[in-house]
Design a protein around this ligand. Structure first.
Ligand SMILES: Cc1cc2nc3c(=O)[nH]c(=O)nc-3n(C[C@H](O)[C@H](O)[C@H](O)COP(=O)(O)O)c2cc1C
Length: 186
């Protein structure tokens, strides 16, 4: 079991959201993913994050809403319009991780680190359950109208959209950091 876990951690690879499709996690599996995501180091137990789950028809609805928002400020080709409208129609489940910092003596920087850990736990938990996933921000994460559509409060921001599903093929690996350049011993 331990070797399997190490292998999973060493080999996990993100898959582009447009290459994800059914099957995705069922209700119980999604609960497991979110339980694992929420089980992260969190200095002084502030829980400075929350989740928004997008599934079924809500995916199409959100893509349409975001496309309309984009068209308010940008001229898009028909291909771009189609891509915007279908942004969430590929993976069966999309989880938005919302960074929701609290006023506290624990610095916001630490709260953000905890939120980052939540994010990667979603990727890892999804992999452990046999799914593929991708962490995506894109323009939608930073657009005020898109944030409003998702019900974010003014102090909140989007850490990422996690597309979770199954890939028909896994991309070849990308170049990984050379640890010789990254590690020093003091
Ligand atoms: C905060 C954050 C935002 C990202 N946003 C995007 C994005 O908008 N579009 C994209 O193609 N990849 C994005 N990525 C990169 C992918 O999630 C992923 O890291 C990359 O495809 C390589 O994945 P792997 O090392 O897990 O295989 C983002 C990564 C992070 C950490």
């Amino acid at each position: 079991m331990q070797n399997q876990l190490v292998l999973l951690l060493k080999n996990r690879r993100s898959v582009l959201s447009k290459n994800l499709s059914e099957p995705g996690p069922d209700e119980k599996q999604l609960k497991t993913i979110l339980e694992i995501a929420a089980r992260v180091p969190d200095h002084r137990k502030l829980e400075p994050w929350r989740f928004i789950v997008i599934q079924g028809d809500a995916r199409k609805n959100l893509g349409g809403k975001f496309c309309a928002i984009r068209l308010q400020n940008y001229k898009l080709t028909s291909e771009q319009i189609s891509a915007e409208q279908n942004r969430y129609n590929h993976a069966p489940t999309v989880v938005v991780v919302v960074f929701s910092p609290v006023e506290h003596k624990t610095p916001v920087f630490e709260q953000l680190l905890s939120c980052g850990a939540v994010c990667q736990h979603i990727n890892l938990a999804s992999s452990a359950l046999g799914f593929n996933s991708q962490w995506v921000t894109n323009w939608c994460s930073f657009d005020k109208d898109a944030q409003k559509e998702l019900g974010l409060k003014p102090h909140e921001s989007i850490a990422g959209f996690f597309h979770i599903g199954t890939a028909s093929c896994i991309p070849s690996d990308r170049q990984r950091p050379n640890l010789d350049d990254k590690v020093n011993y003091y």
